[in-house]
Design a protein around this ligand. Sequence first.
Ligand code: SF4
Length: 363
Amino acid sequence: MKDKNIRRGGVGTVNEGLQEYAHRLRVMGQLSSAEYAELIRFRDGELLQLLCSYTEQIRKSRPDPSIMWVGTIDLTSYCKNNCYYCGMRRDNRFAERYRMSTEEVVACCLEGLEHGISCFLLQGGEDLWYTPDVVADMIWRICSLSEDVTVLLSLGEKSRAVYQKWRDAGATGYILCHQTANDSFYRKLHPAQMSLLRRKQCLWELKELGYLVGSGFMIGTPYQRVAELADEFAFLRQLAPDIMMVDTFLAANGTPFEQERNGMPDLTYLILSLLRLSFPDIYLPVSQTVELTDREGVLRGVQAGADMVLADLTPEPLRRKYHCFKGRLMRGQTGAGKLEKYRRSLQEAYYEIADIHRRIGQR
Ligand code: SF4
């Protein structure tokens, strides 16, 4: 069957063949790339509903079926790299830049602890202002706040020695999205100075150092075809990360892709459900970008199989600077002041939300 660009959509009806793939995925946890591609290409609301019913069975069968909180802190909007899709890219003269001090980051974590969140993801661009020692001290300070605290990092490609230093300082996990496992597609999204090989090496090093490793990819980027998306499942099976992060592509001002259309949230939900069925035990966050395009995005992501909600603890004026997407987007509901409201909306849909240390220590 002829491949097509997924950005043009791919609506069909659930037929017996797709139902058979979905059922086999539920039972066996695996399909061929061609079969994943069929599910993606001919997705529709009924298929998504069927997949969600299967992911719900998985969630309910767990010893702890609750959804976990992770507090995110967007440390810096500076970056030395120039990824074509990213608003924080070095050459984006429209980007508003900021850096948070260690004291400011610790204050965010304290606010998270007050709301029952003890797992913190420090994320940001590859900003050389944060030396290995500065970050190590920050990790140590956060870990000293409580014995239940877990620190996850997402600060890009570093040397093995730096990863080791941060692990020694107390970091538990590291998220480094590979974006695509396909080299020629990677080169359409990144400048020549960046290398998929190097990124994969970093991921293997992180695994060797005993980190809880996260990786993932973007959905709906320019040039992405169904085949590339379907092939991600084979790479993820090989890498076997602990956390899988998928993001909906959103066009950012001042980037080479600023005129492109945004990715479709429905495709993100479908991919979340396929990931959950393929990898029942992984941590699967619902990304903050989903919430920017769909007011019900977090709930729909959870219904699709996500088990981790990212609560943005970055102070409001800085959070606005971190995201520089174009067009009219929903504002996130995950600021510290709105966490209770957020908890209620999930509870109204019969999901219990809990702190991550209940489960993360079991791995
Ligand atoms: S995607 Fe990451 S590495 Fe690339 S420009 Fe953005 S912040 Fe920098």
